[in-house]
Design a protein. Structure first.
Length: 136
């Protein structure tokens, strides 16, 4: 088996799935597994490079929006605290809280809401797919 795939499976196996509740995370998983997965998924949807989501400056509006969505999904979709989500993207917990408020406000737009649901489902499917490989 490919060593990088095995390493990824090992890292992702630190998640514990509890019924239909958000995935519970372990601290080692935050920076090595979930962060890159969220960054790559969101960056491909917003057509921005994944490394831009961790850039120390705001960058352009498109990148800032993508980062806000990524932080929102890490917090709401995976149950990370504001501080943990901030660590994934090199931001403070207050920045994550602000991003979550902005994204929640934008969810009133039906098109944005559907897009966000699709992103969350994609991330969940990726995590579940890796779990299936680990469990087998």
């Amino acid at each position: 088996m490919d060593t990088s795939r095995l390493r990824r499976q090992t890292e992702l196996s630190t998640f514990i799935r509890v019924s239909r509740q958000p995935l519970v995370r372990q601290s080692a998983m935050i920076s090595r597994g979930l962060g890159p997965m969220v960054a790559h998924t969101v960056s491909s949807a917003f057509l921005v490079p994944p490394k831009e989501l961790r850039a120390p400056t705001r960058r352009n509006a498109q990148t800032a929006r993508a980062r806000q969505v990524a932080m929102y999904l890490a917090h709401v979709g995976f149950g990370l605290t504001y501080s943990e989500a901030g660590l994934l993207f090199g931001r403070d917990r207050t920045t994550v809280a602000h991003a979550c408020r902005l994204v929640e406000d934008r969810r009133n737009d039906p098109g944005f809401d559907v897009s966000l649901d699709c992103l969350e489902q994609t991330l969940r499917a990726r995590v579940d797919g890796i779990f299936g490989a680990v469990a087998a």
